[in-house]
Design a protein around this ligand. Sequence first.
Ligand code: NI
Length: 131
Amino acid sequence: MRFGVSLPEKLVEKFDRRIEEFGYKNRSKAIRDAISDFLTHKEWRISKERFVGSISFVYTHKSGAITHKLIELQHDFGDLIKSTMHIHMGHERCVEVLILSGKSKKIEKLYECISSTKGVENCKLAVLAEK
Ligand code: NI
């Protein structure tokens, strides 16, 4: 199926540069992959299936408040979190990785709570279908 799309010129220039770097011969295959990635990324949010995934983030604990908030959050979502890993990065910075299993809505909710916590940086969510 063919269809026309209007896009800003700068976005198309950047897209063309990148797809060449990634070895695509033309736009069609790159756009197919981009749409497929977009759908995978969006579909899990409306799915009723269970997922396994991880949330990883960096934070700086200048005061004890952030540590307290993050621990409380993790207890609130205790049924979702299967394992946690904490790595100390220097004196004040920490990396934390949470391994999760549960419904997409709950995973998304925990991700929103952690990523919006003041002092949390680089919060990333990765999900996989459980079945
Ligand atoms: Ni630490």
